[in-house]
Design a protein around this ligand. Sequence first.
Ligand SMILES: NC(=O)c1ccc[n+]([C@@H]2O[C@H](COP(=O)([O-])OP(=O)(O)OC[C@H]3O[C@@H](n4cnc5c(N)ncnc54)[C@H](OP(=O)(O)O)[C@@H]3O)[C@@H](O)[C@H]2O)c1
Length: 330
Amino acid sequence: MRALHLAKASANSPPEITTAFKSIPLLKPGHALVRISYASIQPSDRLNAQGLFPYTTYPRIPGRDYSGVVLDVADKSGASNSWIGKSVYGTSGSTLGFDTDGTHAQYCLIPQDALVEKPATLSSLQAATVGVPFTTAYICISKAQVTKNDVVLVLGANGAVGSAASQMARAIGCKQVLTAARRPDSKPDIVIGSETPETMLTEGVSARTAGKGVDVVIDTVGDLKLMTAALEQLAMNGRYAWIAAPRGDSSKKISFDIFQAYRKEITMLGCNSAARTIEVTADSLRSVNSWIAQGSLRAQAEGDFETLKLDEAIENGYRKTAQKVVIDMS
Ligand SMILES: NC(=O)c1ccc[n+]([C@@H]2O[C@H](COP(=O)([O-])OP(=O)(O)OC[C@H]3O[C@@H](n4cnc5c(N)ncnc54)[C@H](OP(=O)(O)O)[C@@H]3O)[C@@H](O)[C@H]2O)c1
Protein backbone atom coordinates (compact mmCIF):
# COMPACT_ATOMS: atom_id res chain seq x y z
CA MET A 1 0.00 0.00 0.00
CA ARG A 2 1.03 3.64 -0.31
CA ALA A 3 1.54 5.57 2.91
CA LEU A 4 3.27 8.54 4.44
CA HIS A 5 6.20 7.61 6.63
CA LEU A 6 7.86 9.44 9.52
CA ALA A 7 11.37 8.33 10.47
CA LYS A 8 14.26 9.77 12.47
CA ALA A 9 17.91 9.49 11.43
CA SER A 10 18.92 9.71 15.10
CA ALA A 11 17.15 10.05 18.44
CA ASN A 12 17.79 13.81 18.59
CA SER A 13 17.04 14.72 14.98
CA PRO A 14 13.58 15.84 13.82
CA PRO A 15 11.62 13.25 11.83
CA GLU A 16 11.68 13.20 8.03
CA ILE A 17 8.41 12.69 6.21
CA THR A 18 8.40 10.71 2.96
CA THR A 19 5.99 8.64 0.88
CA ALA A 20 6.58 4.90 1.00
CA PHE A 21 5.30 1.50 -0.15
CA LYS A 22 4.42 -0.71 2.81
CA SER A 23 2.67 -4.01 3.41
CA ILE A 24 -1.04 -3.87 4.11
CA PRO A 25 -1.29 -4.36 7.89
CA LEU A 26 -2.19 -7.87 9.06
CA LEU A 27 -5.31 -8.17 11.20
CA LYS A 28 -4.55 -8.29 14.93
CA PRO A 29 -6.95 -9.60 17.60
CA GLY A 30 -9.64 -7.06 18.41
CA HIS A 31 -8.96 -4.97 15.29
CA ALA A 32 -10.62 -4.19 11.97
CA LEU A 33 -8.84 -3.62 8.67
CA VAL A 34 -10.17 -0.38 7.18
CA ARG A 35 -9.57 0.81 3.62
CA ILE A 36 -9.09 4.55 4.04
CA SER A 37 -11.16 6.70 1.69
CA TYR A 38 -10.11 10.16 2.88
CA ALA A 39 -7.86 11.43 5.67
CA SER A 40 -7.54 15.08 6.67
CA ILE A 41 -4.31 16.77 7.67
CA GLN A 42 -4.95 18.39 11.06
CA PRO A 43 -2.71 21.06 12.67
CA SER A 44 -1.52 18.35 15.10
CA ASP A 45 -0.46 16.09 12.19
CA ARG A 46 1.82 18.88 11.00
CA LEU A 47 3.22 19.35 14.51
CA ASN A 48 3.71 15.59 14.81
CA ALA A 49 5.68 15.55 11.55
CA GLN A 50 7.98 18.20 13.06
CA GLY A 51 8.66 15.94 16.05
CA LEU A 52 6.66 18.06 18.51
CA PHE A 53 4.79 15.20 20.18
CA PRO A 54 7.25 13.57 22.61
CA TYR A 55 5.32 10.29 22.83
CA THR A 56 5.46 9.56 19.07
CA THR A 57 7.54 6.49 18.30
CA TYR A 58 9.32 5.89 14.98
CA PRO A 59 9.15 4.79 12.26
CA ARG A 60 5.49 5.77 12.11
CA ILE A 61 2.68 6.28 9.60
CA PRO A 62 1.17 9.65 10.64
CA GLY A 63 -2.50 10.65 10.43
CA ARG A 64 -5.26 11.01 13.02
CA ASP A 65 -8.61 11.42 11.24
CA TYR A 66 -10.15 9.25 8.54
CA SER A 67 -13.18 7.93 6.75
CA GLY A 68 -13.17 4.50 5.16
CA VAL A 69 -14.76 1.10 4.69
CA VAL A 70 -14.30 -1.93 6.95
CA LEU A 71 -12.77 -4.78 4.91
CA ASP A 72 -12.37 -7.36 7.65
CA VAL A 73 -12.60 -7.83 11.41
CA ALA A 74 -10.46 -10.12 13.58
CA ASP A 75 -13.17 -11.01 16.05
CA LYS A 76 -16.11 -12.20 13.96
CA SER A 77 -18.28 -13.26 16.91
CA GLY A 78 -21.65 -11.71 17.71
CA ALA A 79 -22.48 -8.52 15.89
CA SER A 80 -18.84 -7.78 14.94
CA ASN A 81 -19.19 -9.46 11.56
CA SER A 82 -21.82 -6.93 10.56
CA TRP A 83 -19.14 -4.22 10.48
CA ILE A 84 -17.69 -5.70 7.29
CA GLY A 85 -18.55 -3.42 4.35
CA LYS A 86 -19.73 -0.54 6.57
CA SER A 87 -18.62 3.05 6.05
CA VAL A 88 -16.89 4.28 9.17
CA TYR A 89 -15.04 7.34 10.34
CA GLY A 90 -12.96 8.32 13.30
CA THR A 91 -9.94 9.79 14.95
CA SER A 92 -6.80 8.79 16.76
CA GLY A 93 -7.20 9.49 20.44
CA SER A 94 -3.75 8.91 21.89
CA THR A 95 -2.68 6.19 19.47
CA LEU A 96 -3.02 6.50 15.67
CA GLY A 97 -0.14 8.48 14.22
CA PHE A 98 1.63 8.61 17.60
CA ASP A 99 2.53 5.14 18.89
CA THR A 100 0.50 3.15 16.35
CA ASP A 101 0.44 3.48 12.56
CA GLY A 102 -2.07 6.13 11.53
CA THR A 103 -4.46 6.98 8.75
CA HIS A 104 -2.27 8.65 6.15
CA ALA A 105 -2.16 5.37 4.28
CA GLN A 106 -4.44 3.35 2.04
CA TYR A 107 -5.20 0.86 4.84
CA CYS A 108 -5.18 1.11 8.63
CA LEU A 109 -5.91 -1.17 11.58
CA ILE A 110 -8.59 0.28 13.86
CA PRO A 111 -9.58 -1.31 17.20
CA GLN A 112 -13.04 -2.83 16.73
CA ASP A 113 -14.29 -1.00 19.84
CA ALA A 114 -13.34 2.29 18.17
CA LEU A 115 -15.38 1.74 14.99
CA VAL A 116 -18.01 4.44 14.48
CA GLU A 117 -20.50 4.26 11.62
CA LYS A 118 -20.42 7.28 9.31
CA PRO A 119 -23.71 9.22 9.45
CA ALA A 120 -25.43 9.19 6.06
CA THR A 121 -25.64 12.99 6.14
CA LEU A 122 -21.84 13.30 5.94
CA SER A 123 -19.97 12.66 2.71
CA SER A 124 -16.86 10.48 3.03
CA LEU A 125 -14.73 13.55 2.46
CA GLN A 126 -16.51 15.59 5.14
CA ALA A 127 -16.40 12.68 7.59
CA ALA A 128 -12.60 12.63 7.34
CA THR A 129 -12.47 16.23 8.61
CA VAL A 130 -14.65 15.76 11.70
CA GLY A 131 -12.62 13.63 14.14
CA VAL A 132 -10.10 15.86 15.90
CA PRO A 133 -12.04 19.16 15.71
CA PHE A 134 -15.41 17.78 16.81
CA THR A 135 -14.11 15.49 19.54
CA THR A 136 -11.88 18.29 20.86
CA ALA A 137 -14.84 20.69 20.96
CA TYR A 138 -16.83 17.94 22.69
CA ILE A 139 -14.08 17.50 25.32
CA CYS A 140 -14.20 21.26 26.01
CA ILE A 141 -17.99 21.29 26.25
CA SER A 142 -18.05 18.19 28.46
CA LYS A 143 -15.22 19.19 30.79
CA ALA A 144 -16.76 22.66 31.22
CA GLN A 145 -20.11 20.96 31.96
CA VAL A 146 -21.88 23.38 29.64
CA THR A 147 -25.64 23.57 30.20
CA LYS A 148 -28.45 25.62 28.70
CA ASN A 149 -28.14 28.05 31.62
CA ASP A 150 -24.68 29.12 30.51
CA VAL A 151 -23.40 32.09 28.56
CA VAL A 152 -20.53 30.70 26.46
CA LEU A 153 -17.75 32.65 24.77
CA VAL A 154 -15.80 30.91 21.96
CA LEU A 155 -12.42 32.37 21.00
CA GLY A 156 -11.33 31.53 17.45
CA ALA A 157 -14.90 30.77 16.46
CA ASN A 158 -14.11 30.49 12.72
CA GLY A 159 -11.64 27.69 13.20
CA ALA A 160 -12.43 24.00 12.92
CA VAL A 161 -12.65 23.45 16.70
CA GLY A 162 -14.14 26.88 17.41
CA SER A 163 -16.99 26.51 14.93
CA ALA A 164 -17.75 23.01 16.24
CA ALA A 165 -17.77 24.31 19.84
CA SER A 166 -20.09 27.22 18.94
CA GLN A 167 -22.50 24.85 17.19
CA MET A 168 -22.47 22.43 20.14
CA ALA A 169 -23.19 25.23 22.62
CA ARG A 170 -26.13 26.28 20.43
CA ALA A 171 -27.30 22.65 20.14
CA ILE A 172 -27.32 22.46 23.95
CA GLY A 173 -29.52 25.58 23.91
CA CYS A 174 -27.13 27.79 25.88
CA LYS A 175 -28.58 31.08 27.07
CA GLN A 176 -26.12 32.99 24.89
CA VAL A 177 -23.25 31.93 22.62
CA LEU A 178 -20.76 34.71 21.90
CA THR A 179 -18.36 34.15 19.03
CA ALA A 180 -15.05 36.01 18.87
CA ALA A 181 -12.88 35.88 15.75
CA ARG A 182 -10.40 38.12 14.00
CA ARG A 183 -12.01 38.26 10.53
CA PRO A 184 -14.92 40.76 10.44
CA ASP A 185 -16.25 39.19 7.21
CA SER A 186 -17.13 36.06 9.20
CA LYS A 187 -19.53 38.25 11.22
CA PRO A 188 -18.52 37.16 14.73
CA ASP A 189 -20.22 38.79 17.71
CA ILE A 190 -16.87 40.24 18.75
CA VAL A 191 -14.10 41.09 16.28
CA ILE A 192 -10.66 40.53 17.86
CA GLY A 193 -8.52 41.36 14.85
CA SER A 194 -7.32 44.84 15.83
CA GLU A 195 -4.01 46.03 17.30
CA THR A 196 -5.52 45.54 20.76
CA PRO A 197 -7.66 42.39 20.53
CA GLU A 198 -7.78 42.04 24.29
CA THR A 199 -9.46 45.46 24.64
CA MET A 200 -11.92 44.57 21.86
CA LEU A 201 -12.70 41.35 23.71
CA THR A 202 -13.18 42.99 27.11
CA GLU A 203 -15.41 45.72 25.68
CA GLY A 204 -17.32 43.29 23.45
CA VAL A 205 -18.12 40.84 26.24
CA SER A 206 -19.06 43.60 28.64
CA ALA A 207 -21.38 45.23 26.09
CA ARG A 208 -23.07 41.96 25.14
CA THR A 209 -23.56 40.63 28.67
CA ALA A 210 -24.48 43.92 30.35
CA GLY A 211 -21.24 43.66 32.33
CA LYS A 212 -22.16 40.26 33.83
CA GLY A 213 -19.46 38.29 32.01
CA VAL A 214 -19.63 34.72 30.75
CA ASP A 215 -19.99 31.34 32.45
CA VAL A 216 -17.72 29.44 30.08
CA VAL A 217 -14.85 30.38 27.78
CA ILE A 218 -13.78 27.90 25.09
CA ASP A 219 -10.42 29.20 23.90
CA THR A 220 -9.10 27.67 20.67
CA VAL A 221 -6.52 30.42 20.04
CA GLY A 222 -4.06 30.17 22.95
CA ASP A 223 -2.88 33.78 22.85
CA LEU A 224 -1.60 34.97 26.25
CA LYS A 225 -3.07 38.48 26.14
CA LEU A 226 -6.44 37.26 24.91
CA MET A 227 -6.47 34.53 27.53
CA THR A 228 -5.70 36.99 30.33
CA ALA A 229 -8.50 39.28 29.14
CA ALA A 230 -10.97 36.41 28.68
CA LEU A 231 -10.25 35.03 32.16
CA GLU A 232 -11.30 38.36 33.63
CA GLN A 233 -14.65 38.07 31.83
CA LEU A 234 -15.61 34.90 33.71
CA ALA A 235 -18.58 35.22 36.07
CA MET A 236 -19.15 33.34 39.34
CA ASN A 237 -18.39 29.58 38.89
CA GLY A 238 -16.78 30.39 35.54
CA ARG A 239 -15.01 27.62 33.59
CA TYR A 240 -12.13 28.20 31.18
CA ALA A 241 -11.46 25.40 28.67
CA TRP A 242 -8.50 25.84 26.33
CA ILE A 243 -6.72 23.73 23.73
CA ALA A 244 -3.80 25.74 22.37
CA ALA A 245 -0.69 27.66 23.45
CA PRO A 246 1.94 29.88 21.80
CA ARG A 247 4.40 27.86 19.71
CA GLY A 248 8.16 27.56 19.79
CA ASP A 249 10.22 29.53 22.28
CA SER A 250 7.47 32.10 23.04
CA SER A 251 6.48 32.38 26.68
CA LYS A 252 3.63 30.12 27.69
CA LYS A 253 3.03 31.75 31.08
CA ILE A 254 0.22 34.04 32.15
CA SER A 255 -0.55 35.73 35.43
CA PHE A 256 -4.04 36.27 36.76
CA ASP A 257 -5.76 37.59 39.83
CA ILE A 258 -5.88 34.64 42.22
CA PHE A 259 -8.04 36.61 44.65
CA GLN A 260 -10.79 37.07 42.07
CA ALA A 261 -10.30 33.52 40.83
CA TYR A 262 -10.99 31.88 44.20
CA ARG A 263 -13.76 34.30 45.09
CA LYS A 264 -15.50 33.42 41.82
CA GLU A 265 -14.59 29.71 42.09
CA ILE A 266 -13.02 29.73 38.64
CA THR A 267 -12.05 26.38 37.10
CA MET A 268 -9.22 26.04 34.58
CA LEU A 269 -9.63 23.11 32.18
CA GLY A 270 -6.81 22.15 29.86
CA CYS A 271 -8.22 19.97 27.07
CA ASN A 272 -6.10 17.53 25.07
CA SER A 273 -7.60 15.25 22.42
CA ALA A 274 -4.44 13.13 22.42
CA ALA A 275 -4.79 12.33 26.12
CA ARG A 276 -7.64 9.84 25.72
CA THR A 277 -7.71 6.31 24.31
CA ILE A 278 -9.06 5.82 20.81
CA GLU A 279 -12.01 3.90 22.29
CA VAL A 280 -12.99 6.76 24.64
CA THR A 281 -12.61 9.20 21.75
CA ALA A 282 -14.88 7.00 19.63
CA ASP A 283 -17.52 7.33 22.37
CA SER A 284 -17.27 11.12 22.04
CA LEU A 285 -17.74 10.79 18.29
CA ARG A 286 -20.84 8.63 18.82
CA SER A 287 -22.27 11.39 21.06
CA VAL A 288 -21.49 13.94 18.36
CA ASN A 289 -23.27 11.69 15.79
CA SER A 290 -26.64 12.35 17.37
CA TRP A 291 -26.22 16.13 16.91
CA ILE A 292 -25.10 15.55 13.31
CA ALA A 293 -28.15 13.35 12.68
CA GLN A 294 -30.48 16.04 14.12
CA GLY A 295 -28.86 18.61 11.85
CA SER A 296 -27.77 20.79 14.78
CA LEU A 297 -24.10 20.14 14.05
CA ARG A 298 -22.72 20.64 10.57
CA ALA A 299 -19.34 19.51 9.33
CA GLN A 300 -17.34 21.90 7.20
CA ALA A 301 -18.31 21.90 3.53
CA GLU A 302 -16.34 19.80 1.04
CA GLY A 303 -15.45 23.01 -0.79
CA ASP A 304 -13.61 24.35 2.27
CA PHE A 305 -10.89 21.77 1.69
CA GLU A 306 -8.27 21.22 -0.94
CA THR A 307 -8.23 17.55 -1.95
CA LEU A 308 -4.82 16.08 -2.65
CA LYS A 309 -3.50 12.70 -3.70
CA LEU A 310 -1.04 11.01 -1.33
CA ASP A 311 1.89 11.95 -3.60
CA GLU A 312 1.09 15.66 -3.20
CA ALA A 313 0.30 15.54 0.52
CA ILE A 314 3.77 16.40 1.83
CA GLU A 315 4.53 19.40 -0.38
CA ASN A 316 1.01 20.83 -0.62
CA GLY A 317 -0.47 19.59 2.64
CA TYR A 318 2.06 19.06 5.43
CA ARG A 319 4.23 21.99 4.39
CA LYS A 320 1.44 24.52 3.71
CA THR A 321 0.21 25.24 7.18
CA ALA A 322 -2.58 27.66 6.26
CA GLN A 323 -4.22 25.13 3.95
CA LYS A 324 -7.19 22.96 4.94
CA VAL A 325 -6.34 19.67 3.24
CA VAL A 326 -7.89 16.24 2.80
CA ILE A 327 -5.95 13.35 1.27
CA ASP A 328 -7.90 11.26 -1.25
CA MET A 329 -6.53 7.72 -0.79
CA SER A 330 -8.14 6.20 -3.90
N1 LIG B 1 -5.65 20.42 22.52
C1 LIG B 1 -6.11 19.69 21.51
O1 LIG B 1 -6.44 18.51 21.64
C2 LIG B 1 -6.25 20.32 20.16
C3 LIG B 1 -7.06 19.71 19.19
C4 LIG B 1 -7.24 20.36 17.97
C5 LIG B 1 -6.56 21.53 17.72
N2 LIG B 1 -5.73 22.05 18.66
C6 LIG B 1 -5.03 23.31 18.45
O2 LIG B 1 -6.02 24.32 18.59
C7 LIG B 1 -5.81 25.34 17.65
C8 LIG B 1 -7.04 25.49 16.75
O3 LIG B 1 -7.20 24.31 16.00
P1 LIG B 1 -8.18 24.31 14.74
O4 LIG B 1 -8.11 22.95 14.16
O5 LIG B 1 -9.50 24.87 15.10
O6 LIG B 1 -7.40 25.31 13.79
P2 LIG B 1 -7.96 26.25 12.63
O7 LIG B 1 -9.11 25.63 11.94
O8 LIG B 1 -6.77 26.65 11.86
O9 LIG B 1 -8.52 27.51 13.42
C9 LIG B 1 -7.74 28.38 14.15
C10 LIG B 1 -8.56 29.64 14.34
O10 LIG B 1 -7.91 30.47 15.28
C11 LIG B 1 -7.92 31.79 14.77
N3 LIG B 1 -6.75 32.50 15.27
C12 LIG B 1 -5.46 32.16 15.15
N4 LIG B 1 -4.68 33.06 15.77
C13 LIG B 1 -5.52 34.00 16.27
C14 LIG B 1 -5.33 35.18 17.01
N5 LIG B 1 -4.12 35.59 17.38
N6 LIG B 1 -6.42 35.90 17.36
C15 LIG B 1 -7.65 35.49 17.02
N7 LIG B 1 -7.90 34.37 16.32
C16 LIG B 1 -6.84 33.65 15.95
C17 LIG B 1 -7.86 31.64 13.26
O11 LIG B 1 -8.40 32.81 12.69
P3 LIG B 1 -8.44 33.10 11.10
O12 LIG B 1 -9.65 32.34 10.63
O13 LIG B 1 -8.59 34.56 11.04
O14 LIG B 1 -7.13 32.59 10.56
C18 LIG B 1 -8.72 30.41 13.04
O15 LIG B 1 -10.07 30.74 12.86
C19 LIG B 1 -4.54 24.97 16.90
O16 LIG B 1 -3.46 25.58 17.56
C20 LIG B 1 -4.44 23.46 17.07
O17 LIG B 1 -3.13 22.99 16.99
C21 LIG B 1 -5.57 21.48 19.88
